[in-house]
Design a protein around this ligand. Structure first.
Ligand code: ZN
Length: 398
């Protein structure tokens, strides 16, 4: 396949050749081979395909059925708990697949979803999302994180630890959890890292999703990752309370997070929605310390988190919406915001972010925009999406 006259993020206009699943050549005036499909991308911006770094596909589109009267995190958790019996395997598959297809149409070819792995829910979400992963295998890569409930520590956590092991055996890829909600957050970090090491899996923890500055499990996580020599990738999602620390503490902790190689996933949609409701004066944004983390060299990524469910009734399944929030709420420049939904999460979730260069995997999205800022601002539709060298959404002439 030959993509002609595409505008890259740096403004260069190039032709891009794809062979098999790989970008093989980038240049100008490339001559099409006889059997080569040629697609004219004049006036289109060509980017590395988006990543949705943090989704909850098992809850997607539940807003119509389950409301969250208080609008905060515990309100959402309680609402989910009391309505759990209304959710079935087939219904979860249908909603999750609909969400994946929306995200792929918007340009995401790598999606990481958390799956509720609770004693009430057992393996229902895990099995439903594993089925969705089979159904969408030709259009995107779907990673499933076992979001195990709390407590995970002590005698009270024994059943949850067993369930997490069952979920990993049943096909989830990554160990997840919520240490900040555990009775002993440090012990929860230790337990989750231990089980991940036992199974040889990456870790992605809901970390410090609270405005309480006294809850700071991220620092313990970073220290523990270094001390144990944990050998797999670690990402920390949310890290809200880090944003509530002094500048000096933010820098100190950011240095530890960088030294541990932990990627941080910022989730502006849901945290802007859920947090800060009890503080009407000088309401905090509830985002992590993006500036300090970036300055320390931490790989800062962004995701959408919830999609029209009790945790957030909004969302379009579009990483460009996330990028726009990273510009407006986290004060990133447009190019840096775009990186938080393209290369940064791809590196955090797979270890590889080669971008648009010869030899890189052909994971691409083309859309009508003159540049990165304009793409984020307009979020234009009709996107051409390429996964493993094949068009998986959009019409070549669209
Ligand atoms: Zn989440």
């Amino acid at each position: 396949m030959l993509l002609r006259s595409a505008t890259l993020a740096d403004g260069r206009i190039v032709d891009v050749r794809i062979f098999g699943q790989t970008i093989t050549e980038i240049g100008s005036g490339l001559v099409a081979d006889l059997d080569e499909e040629t697609i004219d991308l004049t006036g289109k911006l060509l980017l590395g395909a988006f990543t949705e770094a943090h989704a909850h596909l098992d809850k997607a589109f539940l807003s119509e059925r389950i409301s969250n009267p208080t609008g905060d995190l515990m309100g959402a958790i309680v609402a989910m708990g009391t309505h759990r019996h209304l959710i079935t395997h087939d219904d979860t598959v249908e909603r999750a697949e609909r969400a994946v297809r929306l995200m792929v149409a918007n340009g995401a070819t790598l999606i990481r979803t958390h799956a509720d792995t609770t004693l009430e829910n057992q393996l229902m979400s895990v099995e439903a999302l594993a089925e969705v992963r089979r159904r969408v295998a030709d259009i995107c890569e779907l990673q499933i994180v076992s979001l195990v409930s709390w407590p995970i520590t002590g005698i009270a956590g024994a059943d949850s630890r067993a369930l997490l092991r069952d979920a990993l055996d049943a096909g989830t890829d990554v160990v997840g959890g919520c240490p900040h909600l555990d009775d002993d957050p440090a012990a929860a970090n230790d337990t989750l890292l231990g089980i991940a090491a036992e199974f040889g899996r990456d870790v992605d923890l809901h970390t410090d999703e609270t405005l309480d500055p006294a809850k700071l499990g991220l620092e313990d996580l970073a220290t523990r990752v270094v001390a144990t020599g944990f050998a797999h990738r670690v990402t920390a999602s949310h890290c809200v309370s880090l944003g509530m620390q002094s500048d000096m503490r933010q820098q100190e902790i950011a240095d530890k997070v960088a030294a541990a190689g932990i990627g941080v996933i910022v989730l502006p949609h849901t945290n802007l929605y859920l947090q800060g409701r009890s503080q009407q004066s000088a309401m905090p944004r509830a985002l992590t310390a993006v500036k300090a983390l970036r300055a320390a060299g931490v790989n800062v990524c962004a995701g959408a988190d919830n999609l029209q469910d009790p945790f957030n009734p909004m969302g379009r399944g579009d990483p460009l919406e996330t990028a726009a929030l990273m510009v407006m709420a986290a004060h990133l420049l447009p190019d840096d915001a775009m990186h938080t939904v393209t290369g940064a999460p791809r590196a955090a979730l797979t270890g590889a972010d080669q971008g648009i260069v010869a030899g890189a995997p052909a994971e691409l999205v083309a859309l009508r925009a003159g540049g990165v800022r304009e793409a984020i601002a307009f979020g234009p539709g009709d996107r051409l999406v390429i996964h493993r060298g094949r068009i998986v959404s959009g019409a070549p002439g669209g």
